[in-house]
Design a binder for this molecule. Structure first.
Ligand code: P5A
Length: 440
């Protein structure tokens, strides 16, 4: 992509309505535009990051055996009346009346709808376990939408729902998701701490939040330092073959997450291992048994031929919240420092003395070669000062910037600058290409 053909409305000034770094940087980098309280347009750069996060979340769900569907954003009220949540959900639910005076709502979550789908098609334990998920916009009429996309009213969530014949098998499904979440956040370049949590309006008796550490986070974290090293199972992890041994390896940590959820229990942790801190909740998983399947009569035949309510869990990831969350965890005073896995472009190209025909040709040549090698490149071909060009790429956080100027051109070298370390090296374009391939 050439910047002259792109839409990157960066801002010089920090908008006064933004109080935390991620919100300020998302506005300054032209990633989003607020259209109303807690409602945003995703501009091209922001949308690219959102889609990359969505792809990683999707890949890890698929690897754990979950199957993708897409449910609508608008739901009929009847299902929620059946479960009893229509009244309980209160003012956070955006209620809509259609032209026939039918009560509808913009979905804040999909437990009822997926249970309805399940009961329409599945009758036997032989079809289980089953896990269905979608990645869809939700609406919650939050009393205080704030911090940009971090607490929006409209937001993108991945929500998965597991169905099992009994509690033991349901717990296994829960543990699979637990491992899939560790992998997902690891690939996103984040250290996410699982913490035993309250179930709130979703219900049930077992729940974990996944929290990333950030001073501006809204969640209090009481954490044993050892949990910060909770290893992800790894990409060669086979959910059907290795689950038991992988869980064994983490038993100590997993048990700790079950205990560590209030100040009293936290006080029992040796002081040198206490992390007291604030964090951002980027995921939340629940096991709630038959809370929805019983009232909605989603029953299956078990091995004994008895009809029983299916055992369910639900598993959420805040996909749009993660964009802000990753920035909170990965920025410096110059701007965003994207982990490579979610960066909107892999490489930026800057030309110095861009009007010079030789430099222009060298810029175009680098752009063609890097693109042909499979890199997603943003070429700043504008006639702007090098300072403006460099600071734009620093602000939007591209992992690598290649600078081409008259001096280097004479010597046959380009400057390769690494955003994360701030270091730069001179080398031929060919050498840069090999280095970037080796690092990717
Ligand atoms: C789990 C999946 C649920 O809704 N039902 C389906 C369960 N859980 S949750 O904790 O309420 O939400 C899941 C994740 O969504 C993100 N999130 C938000 N993101 C941005 N703005 C909001 N207002 C918002 N509310 C929730 C969080 O990451 C949360 O963990």
């Amino acid at each position: 992509m050439k910047l002259s053909n792109y839409f990157l409305p960066v801002l010089k000034e920090t908008p006064s309505e933004a109080t935390i770094a991620s919100h300020q940087l998302m506005l300054r980098a032209g990633m989003v535009r607020q259209n109303g309280a807690g409602i945003y347009t995703w501009l091209p750069l922001g949308l690219k990051v959102l889609r990359k996060i969505e792809t990683i979340v999707r890949e890890e769900m698929n690897r754990a055996g979950a199957v993708e569907v897409l449910m609508p954003t608008i739901q009929p009220a009847e299902l929620w009346q059946e479960s009893g949540r229509y009244d309980d959900y209160g003012k956070e639910m955006l209620r809509i009346v259609d032209r026939h005076d039918r009560d509808m709502l913009y979905g804040p979550t999909n437990e009822e709808m997926i249970t309805d789908i399940f009961r329409s098609f599945v009758r036997s334990y032989k079809q289980l376990p089953m896990n269905l998920y979608h990645i869809q916009w939700k609406f919650r009429d939050e009393i205080r939408p704030r911090f940009g996309v971090m607490r929006g009213r409209e937001f993108l969530m991945k929500d998965a729902y597991s169905f099992d014949v009994d509690a033991e098998s349901a717990r296994r499904s829960y543990q699979k998701m637990f491992c899939a979440y560790l992998n997902t956040f690891d690939r996103l370049g984040l250290t996410a701490i699982p913490m035993k949590a309250d179930t709130g309006p979703i219900g049930g008796d077992l729940s974990h939040e996944f929290i990333i550490l950030a001073d501006t986070g809204e969640s209090a974290v009481f954490c044993d330092k050892t949990l910060l090293d909770l290893p992800a199972p790894g990409l060669d992890f086979d959910f059907d073959g290795d689950l038991e041994s992988e869980l064994q390896k983490r038993t100590q940590y997993y048990a700790a997450t079950e205990e560590m959820h209030d100040e009293e229990e936290f006080a029992k942790v040796p002081t040198d291992r206490q992390v007291s801190a604030r964090g951002i909740e980027v995921g939340h998983i629940f096991y709630f048994g038959d809370k929805y399947s019983a009232p909605l009569k989603a029953e299956i035949m078990n091995a004994e031929g008895k009809s029983v309510p299916v055992q369910m869990g639900s598993y959420g990831v805040g996909v749009s919240r993660l964009v802000g969350g990753i920035i909170e965890a990965c920025h410096d005073d110059k701007g965003i420092v994207w982990p490579k896995s979610v960066a909107p472009f892999d490489i930026g190209i800057v030309t110095i003395k861009a009007k010079d025909e030789k430099i222009q040709a060298a810029g175009q040549d680098a752009y063609d070669k890097l693109s042909a090698a499979g890199f997603d490149v943003l070429y700043d071909d504008r006639d702007a000062s090098p300072g403006v060009k460099f600071s734009t790429f620093e602000l939007i956080g591209l992992p690598t910037v290649i600078a081409i100027g008259p001096k280097g051109f004479e010597d046959g070298v380009v400057e390769v600058k690494d955003r994360a370390t701030g270091t730069s090296e001179e080398m031929s374009l060919e050498a840069a290409l090999e280095k970037l391939k080796a690092d990717s």
